[in-house]
Design a protein around this ligand. Structure first.
Ligand code: DHB
Length: 483
């Protein structure tokens, strides 16, 4: 109907209401139609693992949001052991009780395609393969990342896109929980490095309203996005405090070597390093972290005190574990061993042994060249600062939106009433991983423990930057928390 000036007003109102109703119906219909899992669209695949033939259904390339902006990344592969369609159980799990393993493949905050059962880069069966063999339903989401551009050249994967997509994938799984085997109340996330940080963020921020408007824009399913457990390998997280933590650990070591950028810190960088180091004790002190016996984990202005000793205690435990498993540590003069017990470690010598990777600032680079600067860009600005400290060195540069910086740090959500944080955590950070300070995973683990979450935390001896290197232990932990 064409409405003219002479159309009577009741007809105008009725016609407007009708249009509104049709519009709403179309939108709602489109969303629910797109988000509904189709149980019939699968292929049957097999693989051989540990001399056993595993048959499973592969549901691949399912777009998990109603309004994708990058469907080639915003999609998920779901793999289900065939046993569940044949009325069988796998180990302790049945079709309704099987946990859902959710590994992301994000590295460097880059865009990530969904993965699946395959060999890893060392030709070993990957975590998804092992999970399937143990009866997990495996859901591998892709997510947008910092370099993605649309046809008009606009950036469509800057923060918080990666975590918004992971949350949307979780919502998709829960929304469709009844339509395929597995229990969406038992989702266990896994990731390494930037992917470990996203796993931590997913675990910490369940159902936080902060992300709602972003989830709405991509058309995420209207349900909860909290998860059961988070496994995080070397999470490159707490980015807005990672520079000061790095300087606290590496101050005094002036040689760096990161991604082909190699050299000695300049006088200006050393001055900046000293300033950054001085910011770390106030940050740690304001957190009010405690050991299990209630000791307050503080630092004095020189960066010494209970928190430093506490970080050292994890390195000591790691060395002890290595020693107990037959490792020869006698060639490290900075480790004191008495009667089979590691009694002391000279931290400064240890850090010098591990060597320094990144220059100053390590994360919020003054020339905006770091992966994290790139993560915090906008649709039209490729790189931005995300700390006042780095931005103040060059006030012409832009600082990311405070709300976005908040959304990328799990520390802002743990122990708050606005988020449902996962109950179970496994955090591993290699004892010689220099991509971020050891203080960062220690702070994350302790904040969780202090809020009564169950945390399995360790710094594996001799381990550098990486993940999924201890799948037997990872799956033993998962079996324990899921049963
Ligand atoms: C990753 C490593 C880094 O050192 C970093 O700053 C960001 C991401 C990674 O391996 O994902």
């Amino acid at each position: 109907m064409q409405i003219t000036n002479s159309t009577p007003w009741p007809i105008v109102i009725i016609s407007a209401l009708l249009t509104l109703f049709l519009l709403m119906r179309t939108t709602l219909y489109a969303e629910t139609a797109d988000l509904k899992f189709n149980p019939d669209q699968f292929t049957v695949k097999t693989l051989i693992y540990n001399d056993q033939r595993l048959t499973y259904r592969a549901y691949e390339d399912i777009v998990y949001v109603a309004h994708p902006v990058a469907p080639q990344f915003q999609n998920i592969n779901i793999y289900v052991p065939m046993a569940y369609y044949e009325g069988q159980s796998v180990g302790a799990y049945q079709t309704d009780t099987a946990p859902i393993f959710l590994p992301n493949r994000v590295g460097g905050y880059m865009p990530a395609k969904p993965g699946g059962p395959a060999l890893d880069r060392n030709n070993h069966p990957n975590a998804a393969t092992v999970a399937l063999s143990k009866g997990y339903v495996v859901a591998c989401p892709g997510v947008r990342g910092r370099t993605l551009q649309d046809d008009d050249g606009l950036y469509i994967g800057k923060a918080p896109a990666c975590i918004v997509d992971l949350k949307a994938a979780v919502r998709y799984l829960r929304y469709n929980d009844a339509l395929f085997p597995g229990d969406a109340e038992k989702i266990v996330s896994n990731g390494t490095s930037a992917g470990g940080a996203l796993s931590a963020l997913l675990g910490a921020t369940g159902n936080s309203p902060d992300y709602d408007s972003y989830l709405q824009i991509v058309g995420a399913a209207p349900t909860r996005d909290d998860i059961y457990a988070a496994s995080c390998y070397c999470p490159i997280t707490n980015l807005d405090h990672a520079d000061m933590a790095y300087k606290w650990q590496f101050n005094g070591l002036n040689q760096y070597n990161a991604w082909g950028r190699k050299g000695t810190l300049s006088v200006t960088q050393i001055q900046l390093s000293n300033q950054l180091k001085a910011l770390f004790p106030p940050y740690v002190n304001h957190l009010g972290l405690k050991t299990s016996d209630g000791t307050l984990l503080t630092l004095n202005e020189n960066g010494h005190g209970p928190f430093r000793n506490y970080v050292k205690s994890f390195i000591l435990s790691s060395a002890q574990h290595a020693l107990d498993h037959g490792e020869n540590l006698s060639n490290h003069s900075w480790i004191t061993i008495e009667d089979g017990k590691v009694t002391e470690i000279d931290i400064d010598a240890y850090v010098a042994y591990a060597t320094r990777m990144k220059a100053t600032p390590a994360f919020d680079a003054l020339d905006l060249h770091s992966p994290e600067n790139n993560l915090f860009g906008t649709t039209t600005l490729d790189n931005q600062h995300f700390t006042a400290f780095a931005r103040n060195q060059n006030p012409d540069h832009d600082l990311a939106d405070t709300a976005v910086i908040k959304m990328m740090n799990p520390m802002n959500y743990i122990g708050t009433s606005k988020a449902t944080t996962a109950q179970h955590w496994r955090i591993r950070h290699g004892a010689i991983d220099r991509d971020t300070s050891l203080a960062i995973p220690v702070i994350l683990a302790t904040q969780l423990m202090n809020h009564d979450y169950e945390v399995d935390f360790a710094l594996p001896w001799g381990q550098g930057h990486g993940g999924d290197y201890d799948l037997d232990e990872l799956f033993a932990w998962m079996a324990e928390i899921c049963q």
